[in-house]
Ligand binder design. Sequence first.
Ligand code: IVH
Length: 735
Amino acid sequence: MSEKSIESLSESEAAEELKRLAAEIAEHDRRYHTEDAPTISDAEYDALARRNLAIEERFPDLVREDSPSRRVGAPPAEGFAKVRHAVPMLSLAKAYTDQDVADFIERGRRFFDRDKDLDIAFTAEPKIDGLSASLRYVNGVFVQGATRGDGAVGEDITANLKTIADIPKKLKGADWPEVIEIRGEVYMTYAEFEALKQRSAAIGGQDYVNPRNTAAGSLRQKDPAVTASRNLKFFAYAWGYTTADPAPTQYGSVQKFAEWGFKVSPLMVRAKSIAELIAQYHRIEEQRSSLGYDIDGVVYKVDQLELQRRWGFVTGEPRWAVAHKFPAEQAMTTVERIDIQVGRTGTLAPVARLAPVTVGGVVVENVTLHNEDYIKGFDSNGQPIRDGIDVRIGDTVVIQRAGDVIPQIVSVVIGKRPADAVPYEFPHTCPVCGSPATREINEKTGKEDSRRRCTGELICPAQAVEGLRHFVSRGALDIEGLGAENIDLFFNAGLVKTAADIFTLKDRRPAVTKALAERREEQARLREEASGKTRKNVRSVEERNYEGLDKLFAAIDARREPELDRFIFALGIRHIGETTAAVLARQFSTIEELIRVGKETAKADDPHTVFPSISGIGDTVIGALRDFFGNERNDDVLDALLAQVHPKPYVVEISADSDVSGKTVVFTGTLEKMTRSEAKAMAERLGAKVAGSVSAKTDLVVAGPGAGSKLKTATDLGIEVIDEDTWLQRIGRGG
Ligand code: IVH
């Protein structure tokens, strides 16, 4: 293959080649997935995919809708079974201008020329920027769900899809076809994306670039519990194989979906004319930034299913639908500096400081550059990475607010690069404390972590102060009146160095008063400067601080006996978020026991000989506990802290007087309002015994849909059988 270097490609050559690569890679995907008969080696395949990616990186505007890099699930990851779609999952033709939309409608009119008076109606609805999924319902029960994959064959991700609340396990009503594949988009809201990013940053976990990729990653988790924790959403908008049309029209069908229990876009309308379609396009565009999730256009579809069928398909696309894309809100600016921020777990996070510029009505001055590899555009093996971009100080960049919210750099205008711009040298020492900053090797994958971390731990002021902020934060000790600002103040004044110092602040009252007073003075001075006015009648600082300070000290005292899970979370051990902290609390009951097991685990050659096997706790967490409890520097900090704070032992309350106390209960079939383990824990808390099989000793059987032999045995033995709702009512949780 004679290939031109990517640098020397013109835009039209690039477009041509991307088109060729999309077709070529799609063909290899088909041979690989559908025929199980690949004709090229994996390495050759990877080379094609890499070239495609590298061209896209240089020409981000040319990324095709059918680009292999956008295709989710191809090739299917190991571990997921393949599912052949009974009806292929298609893509959509694009329209960029009003004229394109007019042409689409005109093509329809011409096609249906024979019926001159035919009234063609259309639907208009948002094009959600997520991942499409196909959900198979048999007799109203969700039986299988798959990704789009290459359109013909996807991956079976049923277990993961079942964790999405918007996807009903059973359809409501009764007028659904015997078999129907509901199709729609799985997506992640900005709020959820930001929350996940923060949770991950708080525990030194991985980085997430945008909601769409994150939703894709979340769907392809081996452990459905991880998918569940991501709170993905789903909109239903189409269907594949079905034994009967849901309704005679597209609009009517989607209304049916809503009746059957799906979420459908509230912005879908039916329209007759191009003017109405374009009006809806603008209405949706106006709402785009307040929706809370990414959309990238408006989809128009012929409404009458009869006409859809007559108009039919071209390769891979229906003729009767088109996606009218939004122009991206973009702006050009320059990179003035690249700053490095150091997080609690020592992550060096690069931020580009931009000459301020307005994008879609919002001034953007900073944009995250994610990590070292992202800035280079290559990973440590020299492979181009997805979304990576070689950004240099002085560069002119095109920025865009992804889905109008999170600003990102789309491309660098190479033509405007200053002659003296050099590739950014990512620091190998911490800019705050000067300790070496290193990239760890992930034990499981053998790959280098994309983030560089300061190794200074508590000697690094940035890590120390972030650790203190975390300690008092909401899910942790949650000390009222002691937020990030006060922590910074006390830390900088040398009043609080470690968490234990918070609890002895009261003993240093004069110094605390002084620090607060100085800050007030400073703030007042700044305000004066800004307004040009001088103050009169200043109340004495002592007088004003007194009351607030007593409240603060009282709030600190109120947290001397925190719940164990909060306390464990507050310690800020890497990879231990609130959920894991709660699991550890439940397992070990007291902080002393956790410390004992943690230290022994740290000493053992093989941690598994000491650390019990606990569902939800894997090697990453065990490794983090080993590091933490094996680090002698932490001993002093922890001892000092435990001299001040006494975490409450974790006790499972057993109430002896509940209706089910002392009874033996068996759960069978599908539970819809809780997981099996939740149900078991709840029953046990109420004093019931939970058994796995039905016998004469069983008092009560809670049966959900799909219950089989256990239900039969129970009926044969004359044991009381109730459904999940009745159970919840009986234990006082019913609505
Ligand atoms: S309809 C036969 N409706 O866009 C028509 N697709 O470019 C099939 N998408 O793979 C799709 N929102 O992932 C349709 N309201 C919407 C959509 C939508 C997003 C995605 C979907 C599909 C891609 C096609």
